[in-house]
Design a protein around this ligand. Sequence first.
Ligand SMILES: [Zn+2]
Length: 226
Amino acid sequence: MNYLLELWAALKYFLFPPRCPNCREIVEERYQLCAACEEKILRVDFYDRKLAPLDKVLRVTKYRDGSRDLLRKLKFDNNLNVLPPMKKILDDVSERKEILQILSGVDFAVPVPLHQERFKERGFNQTEKIFGDWLAKKNLPLRNFLIRTQPTPKLYKLGKAEREKILNGVFAAAEKINLRGKNILIVDDIFTTGTTCRECAKVLKSLGAEKIFVMAFAADFNDNFS
Ligand SMILES: [Zn+2]
């Protein structure tokens, strides 16, 4: 019996070898990134400058080739096979002191919301998909306290001033809620100029929130902060 199972496993491996979810290169285990893709991902480079009204911003990876490929596959190709390696990247940084420090003082996490049209089109909020399991392991509730009141164009080609104009007043509280004295972690997939998270933070602060931290799966801080 064992022999048959082993034979089947070998045959399956031969016929359907596990492939890197990013580039389809053959790898050893399912959902594993190949060495080349893995190498491209520049991990955990903490940035702790204050960017009011945000108290601290953490990025898990640099928004470069590697993590950019994964995010594009997830968001634009709806390829959920890239989620396991993304979650592994989060697990790998789980015990970093910078992360533990922030999480210890946080009451809950809030994802940057999608507009409902975008949500319907994609079928999921990518930020919840990336961070959901990880936050659950950390016993940190993920709360949808914010909504996006209007659809906004894709922002990646726009500069900071245009983003600020477009995003001004776009986020609102999903319900009337008192957040007095609460410390909140905003989670987002990509952080570039910070405009989106700052707009979300404004709403959370107007509800009484005390400190707002950000954790982004990928971020590119270069030249964008002022
Ligand atoms: Zn690969």
